[in-house]
Design a protein around this ligand. Structure first.
Ligand code: FMN
Length: 217
């Protein structure tokens, strides 16, 4: 028996159903744990799973803060980046998943989420926002561009950062490669579900002709 596909025009379904389609089908999502600093010098920490790398020259990453659903305002992370043009991406490992989740609470801007979550701020090398010490990989970023997507409720933006300095714990980095078994990253699924990366398999890339350059995508 053939299983039919349900067809949906995003215009005909609610914003909440559109959101559920995105978070349920784009899985697993990596988590960028973003540290910023406000213009008053308050540290801020928040997880974003609409997050990814972009390219290596320049080394660049992106994440997507949407407007706050409670009051339609910009999230503190975005406000801080607009003010200071800098942020740090801290990679999330299973060991501090609960503390990461704690930082997703809607704290007012004057609250330091490092203190709330009991995670440790460590001075960055180049940018003002601190690293999360517990994180095994930290990417210091300078703002490259903010691309606004939509307007009002449910809208968001893409924050693009150029990575200007990298910190990797030595036990996680061998022969220029990140060791998955030591990094123990977690991925975000729909709702409140997460996953580990423990059941992996390998597929060889087909080679049609001799590769040009050494950039494998
Ligand atoms: C694992 C996880 C992933 C999240 N991903 C996003 C995301 O991609 N975009 C977003 O706007 N909010 C996301 N959130 C919610 C924010 O973390 C939350 O709104 C937080 O309070 C924002 O903090 P801020 O106002 O200090 O920036 C996520 C929450 C969790 C727990």
């Amino acid at each position: 028996m053939q299983i039919k596909k349900i067809e949906l025009d995003p215009k005909d379904i609610s914003a909440q159903d559109r959101y559920k389609l995105l978070i349920g089908s784009i899985v697993p999502r990596p988590i960028g744990f973003i540290s910023t600093i406000s213009s008053d010098g308050i540290y801020n920490l928040a997880p974003f799973s609409f997050f990814n790398g972009i390219c290596s020259n320049p080394m660049a990453v992106l994440f997507c803060p949407v407007v706050r659903s409670t009051d339609g305002q910009e999230k503190d992370t975005l406000k801080n980046i607009k003010a200071n043009k800098e942020f740090v991406v801290n990679i999330v490992s299973e060991e501090f998943a609960n503390q990461m989740n704690q930082c997703s609470a809607e704290y007012p801007p004057q609250v330091d989420e490092f203190k709330e979550s009991k995670l440790t701020p460590k001075p960055s090398k180049i940018v003002k926002p601190p690293l999360v010490k517990e994180s095994k990989v930290n990417l210091e970023c300078k703002l490259f561009q903010i691309v606004k997507v939509g307007d009002g409720k449910g809208s968001g933006c893409v924050v693009i950062g150029e990575v200007v300095y990298v910190h990797v714990r030595e036990d996680v980095y061998k022969d220029g490669k990140i060791l998955l078994s030591e990094l123990k990253p977690i991925g975000r699924l729909g709702g409140t579900e997460y996953c580990r990366v423990t059941d992996t398999f390998s597929i060889q890339r087909p080679i049609i002709q001799a590769p040009v350059g050494d950039n494998k995508n």
